[in-house]
Write a protein that binds this ligand. Structure first.
Ligand code: HEM
Length: 540
């Protein structure tokens, strides 16, 4: 284009330039067509062909658009794109090829468990390289994570050490789990106790999001945490989450491709850097205190530590929030269920102490599995359909795994990735006894399709917290906080739809690139009638 304009305006050499231009543009056209045809043939035979290198390797999923087809699919449909590809094959897994990277997407329950438990696969190389690309860490911090100057994982025990420490500190029965669980539940109770006696309109998702985020962060990072000082940072956690894919894919170009994501990382990490420099982490949970001490002990600068905390804080909130929102919304949308829960929970409510102005009531969730089976079933059902984490693994060595359902052996090549989108297992009618997309807690009650006769949740195909050595270390804390939120919302508050005469509807979701986020809806909320003067707390 530029050559053409220059040629016609160049009085001296316009003719020859012009002539050269038409010959060169024909040559360019022929070259472009030849190159395009070669690309399509290469894509067809080497990328889009359903045949893979090894006969036992899962078939390659096809896309109509060469090279960028899968990326466009993700941009358009988010993680649900993986479900559309699943329909191309009856294998328990398929291969998604993007350039030379192979991702094995596992779609059957048995193969998922086998992959999650396999010692030939690990999450760490992926966490380390993705963190390095997304967070703008210094070279020395990348080295700490085991990432070399080319962005390649060369190994480090830093993430293993953190995982083991976190898992130990947040395991059931440990005093170090009790403290953050108590603080998180009290923070939710405090938010509920602030609700007034007159009806007020609230965006239910945003309100619950902020209540849960404040609770989780207070539980982990203590009362002087950055979000307690600047609540607007809660929004940044979600902006970061929505931009994760773009941040991780574009490395140094992320400033241009995901400016909002970069701003969110900078804002959150700046606040965490000040938090560490001012020593406010001395009031944090033991789990956070010990991991911060070990990172600083390895010579990592506070600025890099703060950037790593962006990742950690996101992991701790972006699944807890959608699970709670899903549970509360669906309870409110079903008046029969709501009434049944009020009836169940009333037996664990007791008056603790009263002064002249306030009654103090406590809800005991310490033995919830026994005393609150319907609420626990609501929690399980919300885990099933309310959050959509994807478990990822790097294949460390050539591996063959058996799919127990079909008896087929599946080969996965070293250097590839494994992706287990939990929503694909959690939303299949044949696994969940029909109508898998609806919220039906009775599935998890004794004898239901998702439980045994004693009400123990089925394990096959139910992997909300992943599995194997990477099984979510925060699951016990999350469970307590979600149950505490549930009992408080049900017992302490009344809810109504925004318009008189309407019912509160079950949440509807937009195709989101990040964690599951329902379409915004406003509801009215006030203190429960007849219980206006009560100050609530939760016994965990
Ligand atoms: C309902 C809430 C939650 C859900 C559904 C959830 C789910 C998950 C899943 C699926 C994984 C990946 C496991 C795998 O790949 O096998 C994971 C990992 C992780 N989660 Fe959670 N999580 C929740 C809450 C939390 C909380 C509250 C914390 C923090 C206290 C937390 C901290 C972590 C960490 C640190 C990892 C990485 C583990 C590793 O590197 O091995 N999660 N979570």
């Amino acid at each position: 284009m530029d050559i053409g304009i220059n040629a016609s305006t160049d009085a001296v050499g316009s003719g020859s330039l012009s002539g050269n231009h038409s010959v060169s543009s024909r040559a360019s056209l022929i070259f472009a067509l030849g190159f395009g045809a070669a690309l399509v043939v290469w894509h067809h035979f080497f990328v889009a062909s359903p045949k893979n290198g090894d006969a036992k390797e899962p078939p390659v999923s096809r896309t109509l658009i060469p090279i960028f087809g899968h990326l466009l699919g993700f941009y358009r449909l988010g993680v649900s794109y993986m479900e559309t590809l699943r329909r191309q094959t009856s294998w328990p897994a398929y291969t998604m090829k993007i350039l030379n990277m192979k991702t094995y997407v596992v779609t059957s329950p048995g193969l998922s468990h086998a992959a999650l438990r396999s010692r030939q696969m690990s999450l760490e190389p992926l966490s380390a390289t993705v963190a390095a690309r997304m967070l703008g860490l210094s070279k020395s911090a990348n080295r700490h994570l085991g990432v070399d100057q080319n962005g390649k994982f060369i190994g480090s025990d830093a993430l293993t050490e953190r995982r083991l420490e976190f898992t130990r500190m947040l395991s059931t029965g440990s005093a170090t789990l009790e403290e953050p669980s108590r603080v998180a539940s009290s923070a939710v109770a405090s938010s509920v106790n602030l609700v007034g006696t007159d009806w007020q309109s609230r965006d239910l998702f945003k309100w619950l999001r902020d209540v849960i985020t404040m609770g989780t962060v207070a539980g982990l990072y203590g009362p002087k945490n950055p979000i307690a000082l600047d609540p607007s940072l809660a929004e940044d956690i979600w902006i970061f989450d929505e931009n994760q894919l773009r941040l991780s894919m574009w490395g140094v170009m992320r400033k241009w491709v995901a400016p909002a994501g970069v701003r969110a990382v900078n804002r959150i990490s700046a606040a965490f850097e000040t938090y560490v420099q001012e020593g406010r982490h001395q009031f944090a949970s033991e789990a956070v205190k010990s991991t911060i001490a070990s990172v600083l002990g390895r010579g990592i600068r506070p600025n890099d530590l703060a950037r790593l905390e962006v990742f950690n804080i996101s992991v701790a909130t972006v699944n807890t929030v959608p699970t709670t929102v899903c549970m509360v919304y669906n309870i409110l949308a079903n008046p029969k269920l709501h009434a049944a829960l009020r009836d169940e929970i009333k037996d664990v409510v007791s008056e603790v102490e009263s002064d002249n102005s306030n009654k103090k009531m406590q809800i005991d969730i310490s033995a919830a599995t026994k005393t609150l089976p319907l609420l626990v079933a609501c929690y399980q059902e919300a885990l099933r359909i309310g959050s959509t984490p994807t478990c990822n693994r790097a294949v460390l060595k050539d591996t063959v795994l058996e799919d127990p359902e079909s008896g087929v052996n599946i080969f996965m090549r070293a250097g590839g990735r494994v992706s287990i989108p939990t929503f694909m297992l959690h939303s299949r009618d044949q696994i969940w006894g029909g109508d898998a997309t609806s919220f039906d807690p009775w599935r998890f009650m004794p004898g239901g399709a998702a439980a045994d006769t004693k009400g123990r949740a089925r394990e096959q195909g139910f992997v909300p917290y992943g599995g194997g050595v990477h099984l979510c270390p925060g699951r016990h804390l999350a469970k307590t906080e979600i149950l505490a939120s549930g009992v408080l919302m049900v017992m302490a508050l009344d809810f109504r739809a925004e318009r008189d005469g309407d019912h509160i509807e079950a949440p509807a979701y937009e195709g989101s690139t990040g964690a599951k986020k329902p379409i915004a809806r406003t509801v009215r909320i006030r203190r429960r009638e007849g219980w206006e003067d009560v100050e609530w707390s939760v016994k965990i």
